[in-house]
Design a binder for this molecule. Sequence first.
Ligand code: ADE
Length: 225
Amino acid sequence: MNFHVLTLFPEIFDALNHSMIKRGCEDHKIAINPVNIRDFAINARGQTDGYPFGGGAGMVMMAQPIYDAYKSLEISDARVVYLTPQGKVFNQTLAAELAREPDLVLLCGHYEGVDQRIIDEIATDEISIGDFVLTGGELAAMTIIDAVGRLVPHVIKSESLAHESFSTGLLEYPQFTRPRVFMGRKVPEVLLSGHHGEIEKWRQHQALEATRRKRPDLLEENENG
Ligand code: ADE
C-alpha cells in the first residue's frame, strides 16, 4: 500500500522511519511518499498561501500548488483524505477499511486551512483524529499512516492483531512478563498455570472488565448494534 502525503513539511515524515513501519517499508509492503507542495508553487518566491478573501486572521493555502502536487502523483482513482478537525473521527474500523486501499492520498493543511475549492475538487474523505485542533494535518496524517500501515498484511504478525484493543470490540487484557514479582506485585497465578483454556477465559473476563471500567461507551455501542 502506498501513502502519498501532500504537505509543506515533508521532512516530518522521516519520523515514521522506525520500528514496524520502517520494516514494512523495507519489505515493500508499504511505501510513504511525501510530496512537497512548495515544489509546485507558481511564483518565484515559492508562495503557497495567501490572505483570506473577506478578511480574517492567518493565511490560507492556495489551491493551485496543491492541485499540481496531486496531479504529479498521476493516480486518479485513489481516496484523497483531507485531514481536518471537521472530518469524520478516525477509529479502528476506518483504519481497517483504509488498509484495503492500494493507494491513499493524505492532504495536510496548515495555517488557517486550505482554499475550500481544492477540498471540493479532489478530496473524497475528511478525517479528524479527535476533537482538538493541531497546528497542521501532518501529525494526523502520521497517525493514520501508523494505524493503517500496521494493518496491511504482513507488516506485523496477524496473531498480534487478533486480540488487540478494538479489534474484538473490547479493550485488550493486561499483559505481564518477567520477573514474576515486581515491587511485591505478583503475576496472576493463572498465567503461570500452563492451562490454555483457563488463561483464555481469564483474559476474556479481564478484557470485558477493563472495557466496563475504562470505556463503557464501547459496550453500549455494541449493544446498540
Ligand atoms: N488538523 C488540525 N487538527 C486536526 C485534527 N484534530 N485531526 C485531523 N487534522 C487536523
